[in-house]
Design a protein around this ligand. Sequence first.
Ligand code: GTP
Ligand code: MG
Length: 402
Amino acid sequence: MYYNLYINFFKPLKCSSILVLTCFSSLWWQYGNFVDNLRMYVRGGSGGMGLPRLGGHGGNGGDVWVVAKKDLTLKRIKDRYPLKRFVAGVGSNSSIRALKGARGNDVEIPAPVGISITTDNGKILGELNCEGDRILVARGGQGGALHSGFLPSKGQFRQICLDLRLIADLGLVGFPNAGKSSLLTALSHATPQIASYPFTTLRPEIGKVMYEDHKQVSVADLPGLIEGAHMNRGMGHKFLKHVERTRQLMFVVDVRGFQLASNTPFRSAFEAVQLLTKELELYKEELLGKPAILVVNKMDLPEAEEKLQELETQLENQEELSQLLPEEMIPSSFVSFKHTVPVSAQTGLGLSRLKSLLRQSLEEQDAVETEEQRTEKLKELRRELPVVTKPVWGQHQSAWDS
Ligand SMILES: Nc1nc2c(ncn2[C@@H]2O[C@H](COP(=O)(O)OP(=O)(O)OP(=O)(O)O)[C@@H](O)[C@H]2O)c(=O)[nH]1
Ligand SMILES: [Mg+2]
């Protein structure tokens, strides 16, 4: 009997708790593994002593640099340098044998591309946008010389923060479960985790969409946003910083709408679009200035066609229709999507069209930007040219006359 009791009560409990624990431990593992900012202490080397008797100069202390390297993550840097302390070499003292002391060794901190570096008081030291970019973060002290009474100075020291913002052509924005990761998997070789529970993606990941002519477009998969993310609900807004540097946005919505849990309201695809817009706006309004494409996913499901038509009509009149939404859901400006593309990440429907539209849209942006740069350059040239004023016939004479 006791055995039956055990089977009836504890076994399901045990199974579900194991499931929950596995879920949480897998979530923790992924989350714990992703580092997108790192604080560290940096100090330039002190200068070496001068030699007053013979007028010798001490060597300067070494500098500390942060250098962008390929295929690196902040996590690897954190693991490799757990103390997160970088001190450059001291300059050598001036001596009878070497009147000019040797310079201290520089220290290079490797960092991934896409890092911006700030000091603790918020001063921006610079950005690493390409491999090989380097930023001086702590200057070494000067060696002792005549002007300093042969006394050396200490190196600069401070706490700095390396903040990673992914650089990609497109950033995926959507509610949880919309199918962002499924879409990235279907379009690229990336293998993000996919599951039917919300917040499967806990760390941003970049996938490369390849074209036949070897052109590549990079797409960043981000954790799902939810209503109130700006108030730190769900995963909050912290991942939105990763779309700051993407060139375009790819909104992904489930054609049938979305409901986070049974006690939260159901949102139609149209409402999802407005809510996503609102969350982006509350994070940083400038994000809405980026060109955007709307992907309507899960078109393989029943009634998808009707829902899509409904959404398209609503989007045509989005300003009027959104007035029917609760005030806190209405964004102050609306996104006018360059394309609305129905797809099914599961069956592959519409994906080849989406793939070529992504490329086309980026190429159009390239063309606009080159044109803008050209006009800007022309304007600059015109500003630099000396202003030649035409002599006005008769003006000289009248001045003479008077
Ligand atoms: N029927 C159908 N199901 C899909 C499609 N795309 C994704 N799904 C399912 O939707 C669920 C969520 O997919 P994900 O790709 O993990 O969604 P996500 O937007 O990345 O979710 P988060 O990472 O939680 O934000 C999974 O069960 C997928 O199998 C589709 O086109 N059709
Ligand atoms: Mg995902």
